[in-house]
Design a protein around this ligand. Structure first.
Ligand SMILES: [Zn+2]
Ligand SMILES: [Zn+2]
Length: 556
């Protein structure tokens, strides 16, 4: 069935698989199924409406609404919600049921939910109960030690400034890296050691400016290598010649690094690119997919089965429209951060171990709840009020019927419910809008400070920098915002002979963001065999793009 998106007017398809999915995952109350209707928005508009709830690295200093102490939070001081530090939130000296509301059939559900969300304390950042060690400036992150400014990160030690950094040690300015160590400015890399400015590489070490390489060491500026060493700009050299050429580049200089970056961006275009990143998959479309089966339009995911429109989602089955996490999730629909053995949880946000939840936010270890905020280990609750199982199973179908009348049933929380501004959420990264457009959707918008300092003159070479630099406040050459180099960071640059960055972490983060392809698929022919393929490389891009078969033949 063909539909027109209620937000962007794009045509989109509701397939028979989608209908079967809704039949399968729809909630049941006292033996009666309340069918979830097919979406009224296209997949992109649904993602945009969901990810406005996720600010990742947009963090703010503010006061805790419990203790008044200064905390770091994804909700700024003026956000319309109450915020507790994770320790305060987990303590027993406050009661989320205190904010409970009886459902009012004269008002819309989202209006009542908005009120509950404004009154009930939220956790300042998304971190697990066990928290992090010496790593406070992080979000959507757990099991970290000595880390700073990471989001979407787990099991890291001594890592700074990155997103989607997992199982890593001593990495700075990396995005989408896994099991890496001593790496710098890398994107989409796994199991690498001592590499810098590398993309889409695995099992490489002591190398720089590599793209699409595996099992390489001591290589520079090369594309699509496997099992090589001492290759320089895709040319095999002797060890002595390689070392001579590398030393001549002088990559301790910021200007030389910038030249090398610009050169490598062009050099890469001479070689074929894989139409998608993925390993050990069966019947999948999207990008960055590992060990998955029957997965459609999904990005940066692993071990999924029968899922569609999922992003950064892992170990899940029968899920649709989920952004972030898993480990595990089953039969979940339209969620933002759902996981830790969750199932049949729909249209919800920040759910750790949720079973049969609908329209919930920030709940942990809950079952059978509807429209609840910040509950822990609760069952049969509606708008933070406790009911018996029988009352719950009678009342929820009545609320759903009311929501059918108000056209709310099956819709995700409208933009106007979210306390986070559009431009401080990752919606702005993936679906950038101007203030007027964002406000027209009902979203909040935060005026950005227009501070524009003069860039700080920095020595070009790391060799000419000393530790006093860490005491200075520097001004970014791109954004004009101030930033600092921490002593931990400075020691890394000095040890690795890397020039000190002249841009702030957000500018560096954006630069890496733009190195990755959009999370969108185009149908186009393989440039070798003309077979049709789905790829994140838009047809007008300059890369040579091959299907998996042609790429493998050419490269390995
Ligand atoms: Zn749309
Ligand atoms: Zn081909």
């Amino acid at each position: 069935m063909q539909r027109t998106c209620g937000q962007c007017d794009a045509a989109f398809e509701i397939t028979s698989d989608d209908l079967a999915f809704f039949e399968r995952v729809s909630p049941v109350f006292a033996g009666k199924k309340e069918l979830l209707p097919p979406p009224t928005l296209c997949a992109d508009c649904r993602t945009r409406q969901r990810i406005i709830w996720r600010p990742e690295l947009h963090l703010h200093y503010r006061k805790s609404d419990k203790s008044g102490t200064q905390i770091l939070s994804m909700y700024p001081q003026d956000a319309p919600c109450k915020v507790y530090s994770p320790e305060e939130w987990w303590s027993d000296d406050w009661d989320p049921f205190h904010y409970g509301q009886a459902f009012d059939s004269e008002r819309s559900f989202f209006d009542q939910f908005r009120e509950l969300l404004r009154n009930t304390p939220l956790t300042s950042a998304s971190v697990s109960k066990t928290g992090n060690i010496n790593s406070d400036y992080v979000n959507s992150a757990s099991y970290l030690k000595n880390c700073h400014l990471l989001a979407g990160a787990n099991y890291d030690e001594d890592c700074l400034y990155g997103n989607f950094v997992n199982h890593c040690k001593d990495c700075i300015d990396c995005s989408f890296v896994d099991h890496c160590e001593l790496s710098y400015e890398c994107v989409d890399c796994a199991k690498c050691y001592g590499v810098r400015f590398c993309r889409q590489c695995s099992n490489c070490s002591n190398s720089a400016f590599l793209f699409g390489c595996r099992n390489c060491r001591d290589c520079f500026g090369s594309v699509n290598l496997a099992d090589k060493s001492y290759v320089f700009l895709n040319e095999q050299l002797t060890k002595e010649e390689y070392e001579k050429r590398l030393a001549a580049l002088g990559l301790h200089s910021r200007e030389r690094v910038k030249e090398a970056k610009a050169f490598f961006l062009k050099h890469r275009l001479r070689y074929p690119h894989r139409h998608m990143l993925g390993e050990m998959n069966e019947n999948v479309t999207g990008n960055g997919i590992l060990r998955s089966k029957n997965v459609e339009n999904s990005f940066d995911v692993s071990e999924l089965e029968d899922c569609s429109n999922c992003i950064w989602f892992h170990q899940a089955k029968n899920c649709m429209d989920c952004y972030a996490w898993g480990f595990t999730a089953d039969e979940c629909y339209q969620c933002l951060e759902v996981g830790d053995h969750s199932s049949r949880t729909h249209l919800s946000i920040l759910i750790y171990h949720g079973i049969d939840l609908l329209y919930c936010n920030n709940c942990r270890n809950c079952e059978h709840c509807f429209g609840c905020v910040s509950l822990r280990s609760a069952k049969y609750c509606i708008l933070n009020k406790q009911y018996t199982k029988e009352e719950y199973e009678t009342l929820v179908p009545l609320i759903i019927e009311h929501m059918r009348q108000t056209k709310e049933w099956g819709e995700f929380f409208p933009f106007s419910v979210c306390p986070i501004s559009y431009n401080e959420s990752i919606s702005q990264d993936y679906f950038p809008l101007g203030e007027e457009q964002a406000r027209a959707l009902g979203a909040r918008w935060t005026a950005q400070s227009t501070e524009q300092g003069a860039p700080t003159p920095l020595p070009d070479s790391i060799r000419d920098c000393d530790e006093r630099l860490t005491e200075q406040t520097l001004t970014c050459t791109t954004t004009g915002k101030s930033y600092k180099i921490t002593p931990q960071e400075f020691a890394f640059y000095k040890r690795q002979n890397i020039p000190v960055p002249d841009t702030c972490f957000l500018a560096r983060h954006r630069e890496r963001f733009h190195l990755r392809n959009p999370r969108r698929l185009w149908e186009r022919p393989c440039m070798k065999c003309a077979k049709s393929m789905q790829t994140t490389y838009a047809p007008n891009r300059p890369e040579i793009v091959y299907c998996e078969e042609c790429y493998q033949k050419e490269v390995y």
